[in-house]
Design a protein around this ligand. Sequence first.
Ligand SMILES: Cc1cc2nc3c(=O)[nH]c(=O)nc-3n(C[C@H](O)[C@H](O)[C@H](O)COP(=O)(O)OP(=O)(O)OC[C@H]3O[C@@H](n4cnc5c(N)ncnc54)[C@H](O)[C@@H]3O)c2cc1C
Length: 337
Amino acid sequence: MIKTDALIIGAGPTGLFTAHQLKIIGLDCEIVDNLDKAGGQCIELYPDKPIYDIPAIPECTGEELTKNLLDQLKPFNINFHLGERVDELKKNESNWEVKTNKGKTFLTPNVIIAGGVGSFEPRRFSPKECEQFEDKSIFYSIKNKKIFEGKTVSIFGGGDSALDWAVELSKNSKVNLIHRRDEFRGAPHTLNEIRKLEKEGKISIKTPCQLDSIEGEKDIKSISIKFDDGKIEKIKTDFVLSFFGLVMKLGPIAEWGLNMSKKTITVNSENFETNKKGIFAVGDICNYPGKLKLILSGFHEVALASVECFKRARPNEKYRFEFTTSSKTIQERLGKK
Ligand SMILES: Cc1cc2nc3c(=O)[nH]c(=O)nc-3n(C[C@H](O)[C@H](O)[C@H](O)COP(=O)(O)OP(=O)(O)OC[C@H]3O[C@@H](n4cnc5c(N)ncnc54)[C@H](O)[C@@H]3O)c2cc1C
């Protein structure tokens, strides 16, 4: 069990700045996000688009903002638990016990939900038997490409992720690229590369078709794909990768007994606490009179929530308001002294 002063659910811009605010006032924290990278909507939905309303940054992309927030956290060595969804939250005396879908448990007096519009989850295959192979022979994202070396990999999808991985993995694996339409949606230069690799026999393209069934017991042996004209083809394969995009699911957060309205959590705007003591909601996921779903609103909300977290984590200490420009303690925490 991991003990911490505060657990942050969500590594979007709000969750990242929460960690900063907690650390400068002297609290420990851990961050969990279902995505395999930090940045939330900024990194997943608009990494290349410019944002013009971050105070004192005239223009930056979603990716640049995420990088800057991560750079600001560097002095603190924060533990990130990426690729894990927080599923359960229950009371344990004066603390909260929080469990992830990968079996990790946290014990903490403060849970800060910075869950945005919910966890980003991959769109999964519909045949039921796919579940048993997930994270063994079926993957919806790639953490270690070495496991595919010398194997046959069947990649489903028609966008940039599917095409980029088809090109990359074709260097060391036999690749089938399978899409439900004849046209692909990737960048033109990647499409040219794919056609070249097809001619060289390094990639085999199958369209328009979809996954029909999977054969195998512990590991996948083969898959059957169904073409639009009803024809079925059986393909021997070791791994299946799917890049059908992401869906956002509020998921387990809705089951935690928190007061909610229109898929957002109602908070007290003095400290961003929910109807349960020690559970806070900040950023896009919270609602209060006048709430604006903007990044700058999330930054303000976490500063106030962090002060309340301090009172719960250090009940015998007095919280002292200090400026970063003049506080020696904060500057020491930042490694500046
Ligand atoms: C196209 C577009 C353009 C935008 N432009 C602007 C702009 O110009 N200026 C501006 O201020 N705002 C803009 N926004 C809005 C801005 O992106 C959001 O206000 C901001 O991302 C909210 O941050 P957040 O950290 O609260 O939530 P998010 O960014 O949504 O991050 C939440 C994170 O929580 C994770 N999560 C949720 N539930 C769980 C769980 N149970 N377990 C683990 N992880 C979980 C999710 O996977 C996600 O990574 C834009 C949004 C979009 C879509």
